[in-house]
Design a protein around this ligand. Structure first.
Ligand code: MV4
Length: 500
């Protein structure tokens, strides 16, 4: 195992990686921008080096500077975290060329999976189902129209180099295709420097379900089950849970097997995530591969007992996983809420500033992965994620109740937070019933309307329906609190203020 590792990141993920290093006896080097002199990750590292001005393009994204700091400090390995350079093949290669161990997949795997159409081809070769669509970018409007009629409307136009929904367009009819193509091409061109687009059949109201995979340098590939990530807004995940209420053991084995086949065929090593769309009939379709540790990795840790960062470090050091698929056990239910400095009552407007009160919850099966502390600052330059609140329970009802309790305990002042949003979701009848799709947030909270609840009538009708269904399905329904008065409480603007 390496003696010293540089963490090329900031915030909660830098802290998370450093903790795993401490546990493994690895010394850590933090890097920090001018906005992060007093940041938590700097305080927790064994040593820290400045890397430039606040803008990430002049600090956390400067490959040469990061590699130079690693060399100067005698670090043997580099962990990229997520975001910033975490899926940048040039960074991985720059580290390796400098003789550093990159804690992530082989450069070729990052490159191949970063190209959407190449990833789709790899999926087909590995026998992994993909959404029906064009194998290559469409060259002309005429070709697109022919393909779309072949596939059947509605279709989705996607950027070949894209991701995160940029350059993506839903097209319901042939008449809308031409203008949608034009818009998608220009959006893809400015976002990815490549206007190439391809078509897929649109899956209506899918769930977003992803499989966590670990692969070592000795040909062992195992999956750690799924994460349900449908609760998102504008492609930013807000809440994740594991398992998914839409996945049973048979489907898990099928999706897990598909994910392992794909990554094994790609010569993948380290931690990786295979994203799928799951339609309402339980069919799944490959979406893309995330060649990094993900924000929501702790929910997988809580249901499997496997420390994913530790595994990343071990695998990068050349150690074998040391267990097979059959050794991976799953127990209970985990939920994660992303606690960001954003105002959910104002369309999730970022709310940077000084944190004057920070009192996170605790107690049994409550985990808080934070990158901030009381008196510290949330800089406006970066992602406003302050912490992740993760709970475990023996089943979904217990986990929801425990998350509700933990959210009630969480006291933050000085910045607005997403806590009121999460409290509202935990009692939303559709969430409680596990009736999720990627459209959940916009439907339940009327999109830009932040945490505004559905109408009284809708809420009441849905609550009754859920209570009846819950009674049919399980002997012990959770204590739901779905009366209109509760909604009024949950949606009161400014309820992010300290409560106790
Ligand atoms: C889709 C889709 C429906 N049909 N593809 C959005 C991000 C990008 N990586 C893939 N996305 C989608 N692709 C087809 N053929 C719906 C989405 C989608 C979505 C996917 C995952 C998580 C959240 C989402 C929110 C809206 C749309």
């Amino acid at each position: 195992m390496f003696g010293k590792l540089l963490v090329a990141n900031r915030g909660e993920i830098a802290v998370r990686v450093m903790r795993a290093c401490r546990d493994a006896g690895i010394r850590t080097v933090a890097v920090f921008s001018e906005a992060d002199r007093d940041a938590l990750h700097v305080r927790l590292a064994d040593e820290a080096r400045p890397i430039g001005p606040a803008p990430a393009t002049e600090s956390y994204l400067v490959i040469d500077r990061l590699v130079a700091v690693a060399r100067e400090t005698g670090a043997e390995a580099v962990h990229p975290g997520y975001g910033f350079l975490a899926e940048n093949a040039r960074f991985a290669e720059a580290c390796r060329s400098a003789g550093l161990v990159y804690v992530g997949p082989p450069t070729a795997a990052i490159t191949r999976m970063g190209d959407k159409t190449a990833a789709r081809r790899a999926a087909v070769e590995a026998g992994v189902p993909i959404v029906p669509g064009t194998p290559d970018p469409v060259e002309s409007d005429a070709e697109a129209l022919r393909a779309a009629e072949d596939i059947g409307f509605p279709v989705m136009i996607k950027a070949a180099r894209g991701g995160g929904g940029k350059g993506m367009r839903l097209v319901a009819t042939a008449g809308e295709l031409e203008s949608a193509l034009r818009l998608a091409r220009s959006e893809a061109g400015s976002a990815f420097g490549d206007g190439a687009v391809y078509l897929e059949k649109a899956i209506v109201d899918p769930r977003h379900v992803e499989i966590q995979v670990l692969a070592d340098a000795h040909g062992h590939v195992v999956h750690l089950g799924e994460r349900e990530c449908s609760i998102q807004r504008r492609h930013q995940k807000l809440i994740e849970e594991s398992p998914s209420s839409a996945v049973d053991a048979a489907l898990r084995a099928e999706m897990g097997g598909a994910a392992c086949r794909l990554l094994a065929a790609a010569g993948y090593q380290n931690a990786g995530t295979v994203e799928f769309l799951l339609d309402r009939t339980g069919r799944f379709y490959f979406l893309e591969v995330n060649t990094r540790l993900q924000v929501e990795h702790p929910i997988t840790e809580l249901v499997t007992g496997i420390d994913l960062v530790r595994e990343q470090l071990r695998v990068a050091a050349g150690e074998p996983l040391g267990y097979a698929q059959g050794d991976v056990a799953r127990r209970g239910w985990a939920i994660e809420c992303r606690i960001s400095a954003e105002d959910p009552a104002a369309g999730f407007l970022p709310s940077p500033g000084r944190i004057t009160t920070w009192r996170p919850p605790g107690g049994p099966w409550v985990r808080v992965d934070a990158g901030v502390y009381e008196g510290g600052e949330v800089p406006l330059h970066y992602d406003p994620l302050m912490a992740k609140l993760i709970v475990w329970g023996e089943d979904r009802w217990v986990a929801i109740d425990r998350m509700t309790r933990a959210l009630d305990e969480f006291s933050v002042a000085g910045v607005q937070t997403t806590i009121p949003f999460h409290r509202a979701v935990m009692r939303h009848p559709d969430f409680v019933a596990g009736r999720l799709s990627t459209a959940f947030v916009e439907r339940a909270f009327a999109g830009g309307n932040g945490i505004a609840p559905p109408s009284r009538d809708r809420a009441r009708a849905a609550a009754v329906a859920v209570a009846l269904r819950a009674r049919e399905r399980t002997p012990e329904p959770p204590p739901t609190e779905s009366g209109p008065s509760r909604w009024a409480t949950a949606s009161r603007p400014g309820s992010g203020a300290p409560r106790r």
